[in-house]
Structures are given as C-alpha cells and as structure tokens.
Design a protein around this ligand. Structure first.
Ligand code: PDD
Length: 286
C-alpha cells in the first residue's frame, strides 16, 4: 500500500511528496523531530511530544509551523488514512528554505517546513525483541552538547547502531567522561538490589517522554529510583537493565559488552514496567 504522507500543508502519496533541495533540514540538519507511538489506532502521550517539540523549537529560535491542535489533527488523519493500528508517527519541523545555501539563518518570514509520515508496525506492543531482550555495547559519546534538543543530527547514533550490529549486538550505550549518557535512540537504566538507576536530566541527554511516564509509574508501584550518574561497569554488575523510548516502550537489556546480566534473560522489573507502561499509556491514548 502506498502511504499517504503530509508535506507542508498537503496530504500526498509518498511517491509524490517533495521538499526543496534548499530546505535547511536537508542541508544543515536544521530541524527537530518527534516520534509518537500508536497503539489501538490511538496516539500515546501526544501531549508530552507536543510540549517537547515546542521546547526544541524555542531553544533553536525556530518558528512553530502550526498550533498543537492542528498537529494533533494531522497525526490523527494520517493514522486514519493509513489504517495504522500499531506503529509510529514521525514528525519533522525544519527552518524551511531560503532558496539557497547559507550558514546564516534565513529571513524571519521564511515558512518552516513540516513533514509527517506513519510507520506501520503490527505487533509493536507484543514484540518478540522485548521477550528476548537487547544486547548492547558501549561506545564513546561524541555528539554535540545539546542532546536535550531533539534535532535530526542522527549520524553518530546511526553509526553507533551499526557498530553494535557489526559486534553482533542490538544497540549501543554511549559514554562521556566515564559515565553512561543514553542509548543511541533511548534512555538507559539498570537495576541493582531493587533500585532503578538512571542518569538525571540535563543537556547531556534527551528528556524522554517515555522516561518521564515510566519513572512516574515506577514510583507509583513503590519501586525505588535513583537519578544519578553511573558507569558502564556498574551497569554490567547489575541484576538487570533496560531502555525506554516511544518506539520500543520498555526494552529489557540482557547483555552489556558481552557480559550477561542476571541469568541473561529479561529481568522482572523491566518486564513489569513494560506491562504497566503498555497498560497505562493505552488508557490515556487519544
Ligand atoms: N528516539 N534518547 C535519544 C537519543 C532518543 O533518540 C530517544 C528517542 C530517546 C527516548 O525518548 P522518548 O521516550 O521520548 O521516545 C532518548 C526516537 C524514538 C527515535 O529517534 O526514533
């Protein structure tokens, strides 16, 4: 089936969608994005993603292409037109095109670019990968210093995934100044003696929408949480580990740098948090 996508005000078949070669998203990665999951045909935590998008835009002095209500309508229409029951909606806002290449930002009245498309992922909630758990490797974090802004500068995370793949693993956790920052496209956690440990929010990591929800649900379930810096060696000695993201929810991690965690299968806390997250987030999906 040809997807219907949204490009700058129009719903089009993906084969007919076009953007300018001068779009700054294309030339300079001068763009921000969001990925919102869809379960049962409804959007998970749309509000959280919309608020983070506003923040990314304002940190980069980029204009919003439309209102939050209009964005919701576009998300919903794409989900409907493409018959998505389980999957993702990708959204990208760019600084638009000034009709040429220039490092200086284009004039104030330049129209921002807006692109959205869906990804159909049947079985996203009941994923075999989550039942198996992920193997991760550690790599150096050489990304820029504003990882709290969700920009489309994804070359290094993409290279990180490839390094993992070449090493026979599924993903990479990044390390800066001896401490784990986050995964290539997710936030990172380990559990030791019943305590969930994750890095505190700062400019060093993306402020995950799933992270926020999962930490709230963990606290409600009386689980202990410590937001602090941690090393990869601490994580390797953990009872279990996991990651969170809109595209994989709570994903158990069963191996770090070749070291199996616990018995090498998904841990009880990760499994429980995945169940709670899926159950609770579907209830409030819109
Ligand atoms: N990635 N950290 C990084 C570097 C990310 O790219 C992501 C999300 C997260 C988790 O954020 P959230 O819970 O809001 O999805 C953390 C998305 C899913 C992606 O790039 O596809």
């Amino acid at each position: 089936m040809t997807r219907t996508v949204y490009v700058n005000g129009e719903y089009l078949p993906e084969t007919e969608a076009k953007i300018s070669i001068f779009d700054r998203g294309f030339l300079m990665a001068d763009a921000v994005y969001e990925v919102t999951s869809v379960l049962g045909g409804k959007l998970i935590d749309f509000e959280g993603h919309a608020v983070r998008l506003e923040r990314s835009l304002s940190e980069l002095e980029m204009k919003a292409p439309c209102t939050k209500e209009e964005l919701l309508e576009i998300h919903r229409k794409l989900v409907e037109l493409n018959g998505i029951d389980e999957g993702l909606v990708y959204l990208q806002v760019t600084r638009g095109s000034a009709g040429d290449r220039d490092f200086v930002f284009p004039p104030e009245d330049t129209v921002p670019g807006l692109v959205l498309f869906t990804q159909n992922k049947p079985g996203l909630a009941d994923s075999p990968a989550a039942k198996k758990g992920a193997k991760v490797i550690s790599i150096e974090d050489i990304r820029w210093g504003r990882r709290d802004i969700k920009t489309t500068q994804l070359l290094y995370p993409s290279m990180g995934k490839m390094m993992a793949k070449k090493a026979g693993a599924d993903d990479a956790w990044m390390i800066e100044d001896g401490h784990v920052t986050e995964g290539t496209s997710n936030n990172a956690y380990f559990v030791k003696d019943g305590v969930i440990v994750t890095r505190p929010l700062s400019n060093d990591i993306l402020h995950g929408i799933t992270r926020k929800a999962v930490l709230r649900m963990a606290a409600e379930a009386q689980l202990k949480i410590e937001e602090r810096l941690f090393t990869i060696d601490e994580a390797k000695e953990a009872d279990e580990a996991f990651t969170t993201s809109a595209s994989a929810f709570v994903m158990p991690v069963v191996e770090i740098d070749g070291v199996a965690l616990g018995d090498g299968t998904p841990g009880p806390i990760a499994k429980r948090l995945r169940e709670i997250y899926l159950e609770e987030s579907v209830k409030t999906a819109i």
